[in-house]
Write a protein that binds this ligand. Sequence first.
Ligand code: TRP
Length: 449
Amino acid sequence: MSDLQPREQWNTRLGFILAAMGSAVGLGNIWRFSYVTGENGGAAFLLVYLLCIVAIGIPILMAEFTIGRKAQSDAVGSFSKLAPGKPWVIAGILGVASAFIILSFYGVIAGWTLHYFTQYITGGLASEPAGGYGDYFGGFITSTFHPLFWQFLFMALTIGIVYGGVKKGIEKSNKILMPLLAVLVIVLAGYSMTLGGASEALSFLFTPDWSALANPSVYLAALGQAFFSLSLGMGALITYGSYLSKEHRLPGAAVSVAGLDTLFAILAGLMIFPAVFAFGIDPSAGPGLVFITLPGIFDNIAGGQLFGLLFFFLLAAAALSSAVSLLEVAVAYFMRKFEWTRQKTALLIGGIIFLLGIPSSLGMGVLSGVTIIGGRDILDSADFLASNIFLPLGGLVIALFLGWGWKKADALQDSDFGDTTVGNAWVFVLRYFAPVAIFIIFLSSIGLF
Ligand code: TRP
């Protein structure tokens, strides 16, 4: 029985932080952040997003680390172990469900990234195709089999890493690639600023148009983006925290993960939006935004093909370490629950998630008439349901669990905060502020507040 084997442990504190960062930094920072920011009006949204990160995200991130390390179990098992027979476990169950949903469409977008990477290897995108990059992108995503092939390949890579196990597979990946991605994004942001759209982009990103805040869906979008980007609310960080031994300190790790994740998002904004304005692209163009904008940058830059190749390679690598954390949530749970081997579980669950993602891909083309939630296509509906509803809901339960389900003294001790001002503020946020804020944002988005 897997519970009787010693649990795998991260080798070092740095290994754990890097794995958590690898989970956090991914398509959410570049693909999702830029299009959601674009759709929601820029600066005012960005401000609400940052507030969500600091006032709700970081405290819940700390809560997940604390729960995982204490329980030494998976997203579901952690709750049933720490509070047997109590309803808190609902957060874990929601989390496993979210892992299925999110990874199903994440694999589709990551597949697009892989395709763009190979197009830069072969030179297929080195110069602007007839009809422009927008048409090229549209043609690619609306075809039936081509994107499925790349989605399959990406999922196979993800499964391969999870198959190998936490230490072999997860800890070693990304130690070099993430810093490289950061450097590349900074260089590209610098270049993007020279294309002529810099001042428009800076005012779009940093001069709030307060009227955007009149739209209640902005708050839900910001909250969902904060949860998605931090890998929060579904037990991914509980699961990672569970591979941590007791002697590691948590608060510093939580702040570094959130800080780096936010930095990546802002840099991505500085890379994308100047080019968006320079090329006259509509910032609210939706999920294709980076796939249409970036090739335009590479087309302008000397040695652009090499930049394009590197960028999409590193983005795919970042997506891979995020996808691994999503799959790991489900795999860790089913392994324990059914006493399957890691290998069998990874193949089976990963395979199911690939199949689940197929409709999201086909929704761009043959199934493009299908809309599910509020006029959204299949991929958008899956994203909306999981990211904007399930993750914040899971986060709400996690906050309440730590705030009310634990003795305060235990919470302070198990989090490494101790009885300090920051520690007490943290418990206050988990008890009152975060739950109330999430609740109000939910109510306002359905027009009740
Ligand atoms: N945070 C990742 C990104 O920004 C995606 C991700 C990985 C995720 N694990 C998660 C999102 C768990 C929500 C929950 O790309």
